[in-house]
Design a protein around this ligand. Structure first.
Ligand code: GUN
Length: 284
């Protein structure tokens, strides 16, 4: 079998065209949606992600502001900027690109963002609301994965879903969303014994580990839907996912490519959350 591609570029473009219209409608009412992105340090991958986020805002008619600080910036400088942005009516979403340099306590930085501007959905209020199935900002990567399932007509009810990785950014919220959608969810991680046995049972397999090509075709149930969240760089400088695409594509029914799968959907859902935040603020 050769799997069908879950194309995040195409779905992202389709959704973003609708966002542009919504952003322009809001602007016509005197409110252009706005996102502020904070980048600390010189991490090469983060620089690319932030540039892509800002460009995507421009294309979708969303105002954006970028604040870049050196690795050794005093945390108070960042806290002061977040406080300023919390009070700024032009800004509806604030994103601090992770990971942060070691001298920062990421939790306290994220908690400094006003809950109504937490378009990453990383604050405790949003995490709690997601767990309870209440309205919230859904973290962008798992939100994007859910949109890919929806667009491909993949039903999740009653399915065995396995999420490999237990991060706050992807693994945990992904598991929660799959559970709410009716899947039976297993979360695997670095201490899981017999990862292969768990993966082989999965109708839906989400790989969010951060290890290049760790999930190979022999670990995948024939016909499974595979979402690859990983973005890794090989020794020869090429991008690859956490899934070994070459062997997986002959086993899976659907699979996301890297690049071009989950990555563009993460950015798309950041735009969606920023728009939603702006619309909410208009209605309050
Ligand atoms: N680093 C990797 N993914 C993300 C994300 O979705 N949001 C933020 N803020 N940082 C990230």
């Amino acid at each position: 079998m050769t799997a069908q591609l879950l194309d995040g570029v195409a779905l992202g473009q389709k959704l973003r065209a609708g966002f542009k219209q919504r952003a322009d409608e809001l602007a016509a009412q005197g409110m252009r949606p706005g996102l502020a992105v904070i980048l600390i340090g010189e991490d090469a991958a983060s620089q690319v992600y932030v540039r892509n986020k800002v460009n995507a805002c421009t294309q979708a008619g969303i105002h954006s502001e970028k604040y870049v600080y050196p690795c050794d910036v005093a945390p108070q400088v960042v806290f002061d900027k977040i406080a300023e942005l919390n009070a700024d009516a032009k800004i509806h979403g604030i994103l601090v690109q992770l990971p942060l340099p070691k001298h920062f306590d990421a939790d306290s930085v994220l908690e400094a963002i006003a809950p109504q501007k937490d378009v990453d959905g990383f604050r405790a209020e949003n995490v709690g609301a997601l767990m309870q199935g209440q309205p919230c900002f859904i973290p962008c990567t798992p939100y994007g994965a859910m949109k890919l399932f929806e667009a491909a007509g993949v039903s999740l009810k009653g399915k065995e879903a396995v999420v490999v990785g237990r991060s706050n950014i992807v693994g945990k919220p992904m598991a929660m969303l799959l559970m709410h959608a009716g899947a039976t969810v297993t979360v695997c991680h670095s201490q899981t014994s017999d990862l292969k046995a768990h993966c082989r049972r999965a109708d839906i397999l989400v790989a969010a580990i951060g290890k290049p090509k760790m999930i190979t075709g022999d670990m995948i149930k024939p016909g499974a839907v595979v979402i690859d969240v990983g973005i890794n760089r090989t020794a020869d400088g090429k991008l690859c996912g956490d899934v070994d695409f070459e062997s997986a594509k002959d086993v899976a029914s659907f699979i996301t490519p890297v690049p071009g799968g989950v990555g563009p959907m993460t950015i798309t859902m950041l735009l969606a959350n920023t728009l939603e935040s702006a619309e909410r603020s208009l209605n309050t």
